[in-house]
Design a binder for this molecule. Structure first.
Ligand SMILES: NC(=O)c1ccc[n+]([C@@H]2O[C@H](COP(=O)([O-])OP(=O)(O)OC[C@H]3O[C@@H](n4cnc5c(N)ncnc54)[C@H](OP(=O)(O)O)[C@@H]3O)[C@@H](O)[C@H]2O)c1
Length: 342
């Protein structure tokens, strides 16, 4: 890999349906010279997230869409390799929106400043992107603040073998709930029970998945942590207990859709379901509290972090489709480079 250029994915056009390599220009640009107040970060790991697909579109969303020609937005972890900024020291490991590129040119007016990770973390950097990162925080705040699970509650989570879902199931278990995970395929269903401790697994790719859901929730559902939307959400809602809670985290089944996805609101009324959409950024003021608790659970062996790591920045545009094909388990990450010893 060349170290003297900055490889970047720039959004060329808004994908229609599935993301294609041709939706990006993959360019090599010079590594920037730094002005006062700026820094240069060597990106190490890139987080691939379903929200990347949302950012590529111009649908109504919670951040400005990525503009055509702009570097694709993406979270990740990097290392400061040069600095004229009082906020960044060479060698610091930083976390934030690093972009789909080798190097991030850090400017003082960045919309989201990078955060510096503590030195000598006792856990791998990839765990800081998974169970202890944004996806862990999404699970933590969405489940605990909005789902309000009580011991003995039945908690259902879709995309249960994924980054957010696997953490939701484990936190619900820590809180004494009965956990039911919905995932695609027998292997993922085995995994969520054996590795993440779900009490029951529903394989939504099996012909009898609706019966499986019924058998797995004989006493109804108190909390549905919704990651998928569409048919799966519609099958869950009539099984909700009165005044059940439904944190609406994501609706990945519709992200590649070319027509708007419609939902039946009748069960919301009949079951008096409390649905609350949220974005993890809503809880930014409490990230410290959430991250400390997640890290403690990981250290105590109560929370497992699982990651699928793809090697090579050049694979990002292809690898992001693993989220839609279901070929990732846990957090999907692209490894770009190893940290340097400073
Ligand atoms: N609100 C927030 O702040 C926030 C933050 C992070 C993530 N999210 C949302 O949370 C959800 C999960 O995100 P994640 O990062 O943890 O991704 P993930 O679960 O690690 O990966 C996505 C998974 O979704 C499943 N999936 C894809 N298409 C599907 C479909 N049509 N029907 C059913 N399942 C499908 C696949 O698993 P199977 O193999 O089981 O199909 C896939 O592995 C997404 O909807 C995402 O947008 C929201």
């Amino acid at each position: 890999m060349k170290n003297d250029v900055n490889r970047q994915f720039r959004l060329k056009n808004r994908p229609v349906g599935r993301i294609k390599d041709s939706d990006f220009d993959y360019v090599e640009t010079p590594i920037p010279e730094l002005a006062d107040g700026e820094a240069l970060v060597r990106n190490l790991y890139l987080s691939l997230d379903p929200t990347n697909r949302i950012w590529m579109s111009d649908m109504d969303q919670y951040l400005p869409p990525v503009a055509i020609g702009e570097i694709m937005r993406g979270g990740g972890i990097g290392q400061v390799v040069a600095s004229k900024s009082p906020h960044h020291k060479v060698g610091d490991i930083v976390n934030g929106l690093v972009g789909w590129q080798d190097y991030l040119h850090v400017k003082p007016d960045a919309m989201f400043p990078l955060s510096t990770l503590p030195k000598d973390l006792p856990i791998p950097l990839t765990t800081m992107m998974a169970a202890c990162g944004m996806t862990g925080l999404t699970a933590y705040f969405g489940l605990l603040e909005l789902g309000k699970p009580k011991a003995g509650d039945t908690v259902v989570v879709s995309a249960a073998a994924g980054a957010v879902g696997s953490v939701v199931g484990q936190i619900a278990k820590i809180k004494g709930c009965r956990t039911v995970g919905i995932a695609g395929g027998a292997e993922k269903c085995r995994l969520i029970k054996e590795e993440f401790g779900f009490d029951e697994a529903v394989d939504y790719k099996a012909a009898d998945w609706r019966e499986q859901l019924e058998r797995a929730t004989p006493n109804g559902i108190d909390v549905n942590f919704e990651n998928v939307g569409g048919e799966i959400m519609e099958a869950i809602m009539p099984r909700m207990n009165l005044y059940g809670r439904m944190p609406l985290c994501g609706m990945i089944s519709g992200y590649n859709a070319t027509e708007p996805v419609k939902a039946d609101f009748n069960p919301i009324l009949m079951r008096r379901i409390g649905i609350q959409g949220f974005i993890v950024l809503d809880f930014a003021a409490k990230y410290g509290e959430g991250a400390a608790q997640l890290a403690q659970w990981v250290a105590e062996g109560k929370l497992k972090s699982k990651e699928t790591i793809v090697d090579g920045l050049e694979k990002a545009a292809t690898a992001v489709n693993m989220l839609f094909d279901g070929t990732n388990v846990g957090k999907l990450i692209v490894k770009i480079a190893d940290p340097a010893t400073v």
